[in-house]
Design a protein around this ligand. Structure first.
Ligand SMILES: [Zn+2]
Length: 318
């Protein structure tokens, strides 16, 4: 265990969630609004009072781990493309080193961070392989092979389950490929389906809201409302197909479902398992271990912390 302080930053399109960690515990947090064009500078300015409040100097931070959405070259420390932040080949690590005067800074993509967090702190590394899906605005994911986060050896951008594959033909994905599961199985896709049945849900929920959200249908889902279940079944079928293909190919020991809709709990797993009956060979179905993510919003923070800690320990050359 490293007996020192570390900073984990979860940088999204609108906010940066920052956590100060000491001896594997979050001791303080701050949420910083993203300031376009001065994103990292603004984070730095807001972290200084957080350090001061905890009676710390910059040099007390043993490392900083930062997670960024979009495509990342984690070895060179570059954000290749992050649409929300308007970054193109932006040298994130160089900039952070210049600001914080700290050498050990590590970056990771958001879904991979969540995957590593769930793997280390959610399931305590109990098996050697795991596949995680995060159902959010898009549909991200991550792969653990032989206890390690898998990046691939060609593009090193592996584990983008949301895209490609012809898994559905109802909605075109933003990426312009055909049949992405993201189009239908992401939270965006599920909500689009719910709102295609707006008249039913507004009446059933007795609400005047313009847009039905997944959290609104929680109670209907728990009482097995037929229409709610059917919509979720059809929306999640592309995801289930993707799980089936991945299992037949890679034989993962554990599949984890994270993201907003995972708050629907055990019944969500029941639905996906039910769909999988039609897509998995019996030998695979019998050993299927499908779980809901445990860490919620903190998965990314913990993934960033533990992965950076590993890199730090190995003195990873960035
Ligand atoms: Zn796509």
């Amino acid at each position: 265990m490293i007996s020192s302080y570390a900073l984990a930053i979860d940088l999204g399109g609108t906010t940066a969630k920052c956590a100060l960690i000491y001896n594997e515990k979050i001791i303080d947090r701050i949420i910083i609004k993203t300031k376009k064009n001065e994103i990292l500078e603004n984070i730095y300015i807001n972290i200084l009072p957080l350090l001061e409040k905890n009676k710390l100097e910059q040099s007390d931070l043993i490392f900083i781990g930062i997670t960024i959405c979009g495509l990342i070259d984690y070895q060179k420390g570059i954000s290749i493309w992050a649409g929300n932040l308007q970054w193109n080949n932006y040298k994130v690590i160089d900039k952070l080193r210049e600001l914080f005067k700290i050498e050990n800074i590590y970056i990771l993509n958001d879904s991979k961070s969540a995957t590593y967090g769930e793997y280390v702190k959610g399931i305590n590394k109990e098996k050697s392989s795991m596949l995680l899906y995060t159902i959010g605005t898009g549909l991200g994911g991550g792969v653990i092979l032989n206890h390690e986060l898998y990046f691939g050896n060609n593009t090193r951008l592996a584990s983008e389950p949301g895209h490609s594959g012809g898994f559905q033909n109802k909605y075109q994905c933003n990426c312009n490929l055909l049949g992405c599961i993201e189009g239908l199985s992401s939270a965006t896709g599920i909500e689009r389906e719910l709102n295609n049945n707006y008249a039913y849900f507004s009446k059933r929920l007795n609400t005047q809201k313009d847009w039905i959200e997944i959290k609104d249908i929680y109670n209907l889902f728990q009482i097995n409302d037929k229409k709610t279940i059917n919509i979720l079944k059809s929306s999640l079928t592309p995801l289930a197909k993707h799980i089936a293909v991945s299992l037949h190919l890679m034989d993962f020991e554990i599949i984890v479902i994270g993201g907003g809709p995972s708050a629907l709990g055990k019944n969500l797993i029941t639905i996906i398992k039910d769909i999988l009956k039609d897509y998995l060979l019996p030998s695979f179905y019998k050993k299927l271990d499908l779980r809901i993510a445990k860490l919620g919003n903190d998965a990314g923070i913990w993934g960033r912390y533990y992965w950076s800690k590993e890199k730090f320990k190995n003195d990873y050359p960035i």
